[in-house]
Design a protein around this ligand. Structure first.
Ligand SMILES: Nc1ncnc2c1ncn2[C@@H]1O[C@H](COP(=O)(O)OP(=O)(O)O)[C@@H](O)[C@H]1O
Ligand SMILES: [Mg+2]
Length: 365
């Protein structure tokens, strides 16, 4: 089922929780609503579920406006962070509950509960109570209860937040696999950018109720439209350095009192039309900064290693030059030491943002 949010706004008293949100979710896709706590993700999901009514705007399921449709008539399955399983009921009864509400007959209920339990591989657990289940199993029961009515749309609000780190990573790929096998249109809320990137067909990044960008994971990473998206997506986050741009002898430079980077030719081309942009933020991801440990005699280009943090396969190295700080992710074989002087080189894409608006200067308007 295709879902369309057409200029949705939700106001609680003086708080604009969701501000003019437009979103088109194609049939069978998994879309993530991503943003920091309080940005309006749950409110958006609850409007799609019919639990909240939009203050303004229309919600479409397929070719029908559903604003006036109560939740039980929307053919949605809902899973919350707290799975809200009924503690006194068995797993079977928990999953059967939505069907009992619909007064389906006993055989049908039996058949449907067994079918979805087999699909989610929890058929061995049907006689247990929720307290006798692990976190991952409880999560699956909650998903089974949401799916047993064969909904058109699956809505998941931080469904993995209660699990420990290792289980989260496992369950998110399981959820993704399940969603692809069922081909069910799914809207998945999370504040965790790495979770979003791994499961989503498309991600809607939201800040203060306002949509910042709606694209694939690749595009968010490669071409963030503004500084918020640029620093929210990617871990460790993108380095941001304040300064200005200057043309000298036909070349383009980024500079501040500490640094002077010559910028690639393709940036130059794009920026030609925006020549009056002087104050900018320069961005480069830690994984796109290389360091060379070669002893350098040219003091003017060297950086000092302030800190080295072990990140598993890689090291996160903090460099400074005057007041400017730059973080880089490097292979462990480099074995850098605090106090060493190094040179840097950018191996990947660099970004420029307008200091005032935060817009990526390389994006079309
Ligand atoms: N029922 C409510 N009454 C008043 N304010 C609310 C209500 N629900 C959410 N809000 C406010 O709306 C904003 C968005 O909340 P929410 O959608 O829960 O954010 P998220 O799920 O992204 O963390 C927050 O400022 C929150 O305090
Ligand atoms: Mg929430």
């Amino acid at each position: 089922m295709k879902v369309l949010l057409d200029n949705i706004t939700k106001i609680f008293g003086r708080i604009i929780a969701v501000n003019n949100l437009n979103l088109e979710i194609d049939d069978g896709k998994l879309v993530v609503l991503l943003g920091p706590s309080g940005c309006g993700k749950s409110t958006t999901l609850l409007m799609i579920a019919g639990i909240y009514r939009p203050t303004e705007g229309e919600i479409w399921f397929g070719d029908k406006v559903v604003n006036d449709l109560p939740p039980r008539d929307r053919k949605i399955g809902l899973v919350f962070q707290s799975y809200a399983l009924y503690p006194h009921m068995t797993v079977f009864e928990n999953i059967a509950f939505p069907l009992r509400l619909k007064k389906e007959n006993k055989e049908e209920i039996n058949r449907k509960v067994r079918e979805i339990s087999e699909f989610l591989e929890i058929n061995e657990l049907l006689e247990r109570k929720p307290i006798q289940l692990s976190g991952g199993q409880q999560q699956r029961v909650a998903v089974a209860r949401a799916l047993v009515k064969s909904p058109d749309i699956l809505l998941l609000d931080e469904p993995l937040s209660n699990l420990d780190a290792k289980l989260r990573v496992m369950m998110r790929s399981e959820l993704k696999k399940m969603q692809m096998r069922l081909g069910i249109t799914t809207i998945f809320v999370t504040h965790d950018q790495s979770e979003a990137m791994t499961v989503a067909d498309k991600i809607a990044v939201i800040k203060n109720g306002v949509l910042q960008q709606y694209s694939s994971s690749d595009e968010l990473y490669d071409l963030p439209r503004n500084i918020f998206v640029a620093t929210f997506i990617g871990s460790p986050p993108m380095n941001i350095i304040e300064g200005s741009i200057q043309y000298e002898g036909g070349n383009l430079f980024f500079l501040n009192p500490d640094v002077r980077f010559s910028l690639p030719k393709d940036l130059e081309f794009v920026l030609k039309q925006k020549r009056n942009t002087k104050d900018v933020l320069f961005g480069v991801r830690p994984e796109d900064v290389n360091i060379s440990m070669k002893e350098t005699t040219q003091d003017s280009i060297s950086w000092i290693i302030d800190m080295v943090e072990m990140m598993g396969r890689e090291l996160l190295v903090t460099l400074s030059r005057g007041k400017t700080i730059l973080k880089t992710l490097i292979d462990r074989e480099h074995s850098p030491s605090i106090g060493d002087r190094v040179n840097i080189e950018f191996s990947g894409r660099v970004f420029l943002f307008d200091k005032e608006s935060g817009k990526n200067l390389l994006c079309e308007e």
